[in-house]
Design a protein around this ligand. Structure first.
Ligand code: T6T
Length: 330
């Protein structure tokens, strides 16, 4: 049976309308849509990977404080999930408002290139915070941890914990996330070159959902009851890995090195549920992102690549490194 044409056409039109409405609403949050060709040079917008997540909240706190200090306003607009299809309409709405600069954590190294290029083409200064695009010609500056090195540090830390032997698993978030892909690469390369006694079981993806990370642990333990260690490449992977081990009654027996330091992760470290956390400095990423945006807007020199601190937190050193714990509010 032939499908009536009107179903297809209006659907496309309705969809376009929905996108415009969402963009308009998002734009509305930051003020009225700017129809002139000019940008608002004193307005900055931060677009994190996902809303309400301690890593990005800490980044926002650092960015907000610095913006205030330098005489800029900073608005934050975030997608509800870490997904390029949800981050794109948020970005489109922000572009319509023509802020002077956008600080963005691209949720996908390739899929976000074309929407972010639209910001650049609209005359908006683009600064990458944390994650980055594969195409390095779009953003003026990228501020992030050295994620390959973070993965290597995780491998060294896990090697000590497991006595340099046994099967080890990597739980990653979503393929195409520049940061966590680099952490997994750094980890695997370090194992290969320095720890022949440790057997990599490969990388599994949790779609940035802690519950999926917990299921991965359950399934891996069923196939490999001798699992020695887990490298969890970010907050959701590490929180979920701890839950999976708790459910399986394997806490302490399987060692976990996680990335990030959310309040739950810090509690898991205190309790001995996980043994180490490679923490980043998201507040500094936000602060330096604002500094670079301001420099670009004021015609001052901009630094293309800036690397921020990371440390391996353990039960022994955590009390003297509380400044590395992530925040739930500013
Ligand atoms: O690990 C951080 C961030 O660096 C990464 O790019 C995505 O995940 C986090 O936001 C933690 O959830």
């Amino acid at each position: 049976m032939m499908r009536p044409l009107y179903i297809t056409v209006p659907r496309a039109a309705v969809l376009a309308g929905v996108v415009l409405t969402v963009a308009g609403l998002v734009a509305g949050c930051g003020g009225s849509v700017n129809n002139s060709g000019d940008t608002h040079p004193k307005n900055l917008v931060l677009i994190p990977g996902v809303a309400n997540e301690p890593f990005y909240i800490s980044m926002q706190c650092g960015a907000q404080a610095e913006a205030k200090q330098l005489g800029y306003t900073l608005d934050t607009q975030a997608p509800t999930q870490f997904d390029a299809s949800l981050q794109t309409p948020v970005l489109t709405g922000v572009i319509a408002n023509k802020p002077g600069a956008i600080l963005i954590a691209p949720t996908h190294a390739q899929a976000m290139a074309s929407p972010i290029k639209q910001a650049k083409d609209a005359g908006i200064k683009v600064i990458e915070v944390d994650t980055a695009l594969e195409d390095t010609s779009i953003a003026l500056s990228s501020i992030a941890s050295d994620n390959v090195k973070g993965g290597q540090l995780a491998a060294q830390t896990l090697a000590k914990l497991v006595g340099e032997k046994g099967p080890v698993l990597v739980i990653n978030t979503k393929a195409g996330t520049s940061t966590t892909d680099q952490r997994a690469q750094g980890f695997e390369a370090e194992l290969k070159s320095k720890y022949p006694g440790m057997t990599p079981l490969g990388v599994q993806y949790n779609n940035n959902e802690a519950a999926q990370a917990a299921s991965i642990v359950t399934a891996t333990l069923a196939a490999h009851p001798d699992l020695a260690g887990i490298f969890a490449t970010n907050l959701s992977s590490a929180e979920g890995a701890a839950t999976g081990l708790r459910n399986a009654g394997k806490l302490g027996q399987v060692k976990v090195v996680g990335f990030d330091a959310s309040p739950k992760q810090v509690q898991d470290l205190k309790d001995g549920t996980v043994q180490a956390l490679i923490t980043q400095n998201p507040g500094d990423i936000g602060k330096q992102g604002v500094d670079q945006a301001a420099a670009a807007l004021e015609g001052k020199p901009v630094t293309r690549k800036i690397q921020t601190d990371m440390i391996a937190l353990t039960q022994e050193n955590m009390s003297t490194n509380e400044q590395f714990f992530y925040k739930s509010k500013c």
